[in-house]
Design a protein around this ligand. Structure first.
Ligand code: ADP
Ligand code: MG
Length: 635
């Protein structure tokens, strides 16, 4: 068969891997073993559920050989340097010619392509990112100058060989293989030669692949010496030894397991090279029997907010791997959780549609969500750890506060915000503890960034009265917080709204507001339909004016979100302008009798308030002219 060219993105990926994963090049073995394990899982599943595979002689195992022992696994047609070879063989599902081409000649996963595009500059050097995307098979080209894959698909007769030097082309030819399964033969390059060694292979397997549920055997030659002196003889013996523990870790009792066990297992299922932040291991017995083991990573993967994000929870039924691309295993907002659900009660041959409706699975899921949220509530006791969790995953949690009604109370306890009073993050509980005795509501302000919010005129009255306001600079807050509405019967009030300040007003405030009624009428007339209304407000102290949203109207930030998600034909919502009767400018304006000045200043009061809210002015040149007229008069 003629040589075929890799798809361009494969070439790019190969280049990237070879030049950026150097320091981690041992992961090639983890990747090959995890592929072998996947292939065994797939075949195991078929033998248990598909009549056509029931009678197949299935002895699931992975065999690894190296150096001159490769001869025991494959028959070499020529006498290349055998010292520099490693083979990884499995008795799994195998691939036919078409599958070899599709799986090893192209990148089937569309996410990988986007990922390639998004990589620039320093990100290219971050090997963790690449690891997360499971580049898998190609990582072997870091250590091999040539790779052969001999494979036979279970239930089919023909075997094929895929050959490539990773430099742009590959070839698929007919081959011989007795049993179904796959053998990957690596012809090591100089960097890879060191791996053709028993201790190095065993070390890597123990590190990454100890909990692979199938036995991994290593083939090696043992050298012994017998006798002494001139009679001393060297005896070489061929040995096969199982290297991994091959136990489903999640089924073992907690008390038998150490943090190191948990962390190592995490690395085998997650592609993460860091330890996880937290693990939550549960065994349920009784009416329902299942084991779950969940992990929270330390860092959010970069694709967490992409549409095609692959969640990391795997479903097993009685130790048999069923699926890991089932989006329904966790609610969307917990998509950063990875781990295992293993049920004893579900039937093995359950279809995807049935899975989604299955009552047993629904119960397991609901219980799992409660466990995970409970684990996070616990984590709050360790503030530093929780803050670092929140920095990474606070955003998806907020989605949960919006989406998951049945767990909302718990999720609300998990939320944190910046605040005008305390350093760092604050939760609603802490806010509540600090509330003034006569304080009526929990106040928050929304806007584009923390710095602008801290300087917002809207906060002046609150700061003066020493009332804490939560700063919400994440656009999702606009949607989430109103949907929560209350925390333990205390209303959550946005200070961006016109009615929020009413709580703070004294009788004197109300009187001084009344006093400028005539001025208000004039300004209202000048601004016309540029604003919804003009009102007096004592919530300000240093600033002469601010804009707020009318009670029932969406705030400015909300309008911007609606626009950004493509909502067209939004009715134009106008702001309410509030002016501060106690401010020097307003007092002088009251006394002013020059029509032109009154007009210019009224407009400037609105324009400066808009600018402070981060709104672009509609007509900057006129604004500047106006400003200059006033400057001119004041000099
Ligand atoms: P991933 O494992 O994330 O899908 P890989 O690059 O590791 O990506 O492998 C690509 C594909 O090649 C796999 O999805 C699988 O279909 C196929 N494959 C690789 N190794 C084997 C194997 N030992 N047996 C059967 N199929 C395999
Ligand atoms: Mg893989």
């Amino acid at each position: 068969m003629a040589k075929r060219k890799f798809k361009t993105e494969v070439n790019q990926l190969l280049h990237l891997i070879i030049h950026s994963l150097y320091s981690h090049n041992e992961i090639f073995l983890r990747e090959l073993i995890s592929n072998a394990s996947d292939a065994l899982d797939k075949l195991k599943y078929l033998t248990l559920t598909d009549q056509a595979f029931k009678n197949l002689n299935f002895d699931p195992r992975i065999d690894i050989s190296f150096g001159s022992d490769v001869q025991k696994i494959i028959t070499l047609s020529d006498d290349r340097d055998k010292k520099k070879m490693i083979t990884v063989s499995d008795t799994g599902i195998g691939m036919n010619d078409k599958e070899l081409e599709e799986n090893l000649g192209t990148i089937a996963r569309s996410g990988t392509q986007d990922f390639l595009k998004s990589l620039t500059g320093d990100a290219r050097k971050d090997s963790n990112l690449i690891g997360e995307f499971g580049v898998g098979f190609y990582s072997s080209f870091m250590v091999a100058e040539k790779i052969e894959v001999i494979s036979k698909r279970a239930g089919e007769d023909a075997a094929y060989k895929w050959i490539s030097d990773g430099k742009g082309n590959y070839e698929i030819i007919d081959a011989d293989r007795d049993q179904n399964g796959t053998t990957v033969i690596l012809h090591l390059n100089d960097a890879g030669a060191e791996f053709a060694d028993r201790w190095s292979i065993e070390g890597i397997i123990e590190k990454y692949s100890n909990h692979i549920p199938f036995p991994i055997f290593i083939h090696y030659k043992d050298t012994r010496y017998e006798g002494a002196g001139v009679d001393r003889k060297e005896i070489k013996e061929q040995k096969v030894e199982q290297v991994n523990a091959a136990s489903a870790l999640w089924r073992r009792p907690k008390k038998e397991l150490t943090d190191v066990d948990y962390n190592e297992f995490y690395k085998t299922i997650s592609h993460d090279t860091e330890d996880p932040l937290l693990h939550i291991h549960t065994r349920a017995e009784g009416t329902m029997e299942y084991n779950t083991l969940f992990y929270i990573p330390q860092k959010a993967p970069i694709d967490l907010f992409w549409a095609d994000y692959n969640p990391g929870v795997k479903l097993y039924i009685k130790r048999v791997f069923i699926t890991d691309d089932e989006r329904e295993l966790m609610p969307h907002y917990l998509r950063f959780v990875c781990g295992v659900i293993d049920s004893e009660d579900l039937p093995l041959n359950i279809s995807r549609e049935m899975l989604q409706k299955n009552r047993i699975l629904t119960n397991i899921k609901n219980a799992s969500v409660k466990k995970i949220l409970g684990g996070l509530i616990n984590l709050k006791k360790e503030k530093e750890k929780y803050d670092s969790f929140y920095k990474e995953f606070g955003r998806p949690l907020k989605e949960g506060a919006y989406q998951d009604f049945s767990n909302r109370d718990t999720i609300v306890e998990l939320l944190q915000f910046k605040s005008t009073i305390s350093e760092g993050y604050t939760g609603f509980t802490e806010y509540k503890e600090r509330m003034k005795p006569d304080q009526k509501a929990i106040y928050y302000v929304t806007g584009e960034n923390e710095q602008n919010l801290r300087n917002s005129p809207l906060l002046e009255a609150y700061n003066e009265k020493d009332i804490e306001v939560l700063l919400m600079d994440d656009e999702i807050d606009e949607i989430v917080i109103p949907s929560i509405g209350r925390y333990k019967d205390i209303e959550l009030k946005s200070v961006n709204r016109s009615d929020a300040a009413d709580d703070l007003k004294t009788r004197e405030d109300k009187e001084s507001e009344k006093k400028i009624d005539p001025l208000i009428k004039k300004v209202r007339k000048i601004l016309g339909d540029e604003v919804k209304d003009v009102r007096a407000s004592t919530r300000l102290s240093d600033s002469p004016s601010c804009i707020v949203a009318d009670e029932k109207d969406p705030t400015l930030q909300m309008q911007q979100i609606l626009k950004s998600i493509g909502q067209k034909d939004l009715p134009e919502v106008k702001p309410v302008l509030e002016i501060n009767p106690n401010h020097e400018i307003i007092k002088k304006l009251e006394a002013a009798d020059n029509r032109e000045i009154l007009e210019d200043v009224s407009r400037l009061l609105l324009e400066q308030a808009l600018l402070l809210e981060g709104v672009e002015l509609k007509d900057p040149p006129t604004f500047v002219k106006r400003l200059n007229r006033i400057l001119n008069k004041s000099l």
